[in-house]
Structures are given as C-alpha cells and as structure tokens.
Design a protein around this ligand. Sequence first.
Ligand SMILES: [Mg+2]
Length: 345
Amino acid sequence: MDSEDKLVERIARSMSEFISSSKPIGRSSSILELGVGDDSAVVRPGAGHDWTLSSDAFLEGVHFLGDVHPADSVGYKALVRAASDLAAMGATPRFFLMTLAIPMIRTGAWLNRFLQGMKRAARMLDIRLVGGDTTKFPLVMASMTVIGEVARGTEIRRGGARPGDLIYVTGTLGAAELGLELVKQGHLRRKNLQKWIRPHLYPRTRIQLGAWLARKRLATSMMDLSDGLSTDLPRLCKASGVGARLRSKDIPQLDIAKIPRGPTRNQRFDALAMALHGGEDYELLFTVPARHLKKMQRAPGFRALRAIGIITADRSILLENSDGTLSRLRSRGWDPFRKGRRKRG
Ligand SMILES: [Mg+2]
C-alpha cells in the first residue's frame, strides 16, 4: 500500500463517525447509497427537495498561516466556511467532499489535530463526508465541496430584495477581524483574550436561522457575510437591482472598551470600521418585508438579530452617521486580488 492510500485510510478511520451509511441522515430525505471507498459516492435525492452546492478553498499563506494558526482551527474553519454558503441559501448541510493537499511534515500530529477540528465542525453541522482526494503538496490546501438540501423552491437567493424591505444581520460584526488582529500581534495564547480571538479561529454558522427563514418564506434575499458588510451588501443590492440605507448606530459592533487592557492598551480599534469592513464573520445578511416584522420575533436566535437599515429604490448605498449626516458607504472589505494593503478607518 503506498503512502497516499495510508493517508486516505487514516482520514477515513478518523472520520468514521461521519462516513456512513445507508440510513437516512438527520431529518434528511436524501439517502447516501454508497459513501467513501468506491470511485465515487451515490446519493439518492429526497422527493420534493433540491440540492444547493458550493465549494471553498482554504489555503496556507492566503487564508491562514501554517506556523501560526492551530491545526484544529484550520480543519474546523475549512469546513465551516464552505457550509456557511449553504446557510446563506437557507439550505441544510448534508454531504461534503474534501480535497486535501499537505506537505509530508504535516501528515503526523498536525493532520490529527486538523481532523479533530473538522470533526467538531461536522458534528455541529450534521454533515457527512462522502469522498475527496488527498495529495502531497509544499503547502496546506483544503478544498471543500458542500451539498445542502432545501425544500423545492424555498431557497433564498440574493436577487429578491425590494425597496422598503428591512435589512437584518446576525451576531456582532467585526469580531473575526479583531480576533485576526490579535493573532497577528502574537496574542494567540493569551488567556484573557481567548474570548476575543475565538470568533476568528472558530466562527459559527447560522444554519438553523437560515433554514427557518427559508421554511417560513420570510426573507426576500440572503447571503453570508464573508468579505465584510461594505463589500457583501453591494453584492446583494446589485443582484436585486436596489440600494440601501444603513444606520451606523444600529450596526452590531464590538464593545471595544471591554477588551482587557494590557497588550492592547495603546491601540485604537475602530469598532464601526471593523463592523463595516471586517471579513470572515460568516454571519447572515438578509432582507425581510416590513409586514413580517412581528413574525421575526419567533426566529431561532432572535436576540442575535439586528435590523440595520432599509432597502431603497435608489441604487446607492448610504450610511446614516451617528450625527444624522449621510455618507456613501465605500467597499473596503477583503479582496484577495486587490493590490496593496487595505486602508481602514
Ligand atoms: Mg457566500
């Protein structure tokens, strides 16, 4: 047996809990007829359901640093990032395929910890590994293809926002950006900062909320926030042919004053700038017609929801500042193809 077969076997053994079987998965109507071990998997789609499919690459040196980021965070995040795009459609995660390229030096303890993190994500998402590929490469590259399930015709697309719709976001925006900043400054292991670093290492996803919005048909458009509100909101607006007006005071921001003093003493973190432009929060951005306002109170995780503005017929994207003045919101989020350093503030 060559070493690639051994590696595949190790991954399969480690993930055995998530590599199964002919029984229905969760509340799924899709059935996995044949999983890992043959040339490809065989899945029987459930009646009255559609699949949503997405893939995401997580690359050493681009999305994480091999010698800085913990291996279990890399494994966790590689899968959660991809699954976030299923949540963003209102779909429920079912299956994933993984292409993993790693250098020899990472095939030992590093890989074990990577798989531990991935298992934690798979458990949280209730998703099954149905195939993939493993190969040697000078850097770590994890590419995840995820398959979600949604009742036919209920997926929530980006293009349905209409003037007058309320704009909602979940969670605290900018939390992942602050965590990244603290890690970059060498505070990864600092105990009193763990709470602030965690959103960067182990982001959550809003699967239940997304699926609820789809089931109840309450949202007219939705996407996940991966590149920052100022970059992602224009994408949603463009797809819908509308504009937006946000109220800066309603955008859920970090409480900077609560960050322990000490290592961060002399820094001036700008909570609003982080909330507008910080990437990787994997929170949901969606629009709801105002007439559904009351129904939204029954949303799972309602307390983590915030209405931050309104969709407009005018296509510009405006920010109402705390002093009442209006300014145009410029996109300053994450873009791997943008030249030079991002300017913030
Ligand atoms: Mg997305």
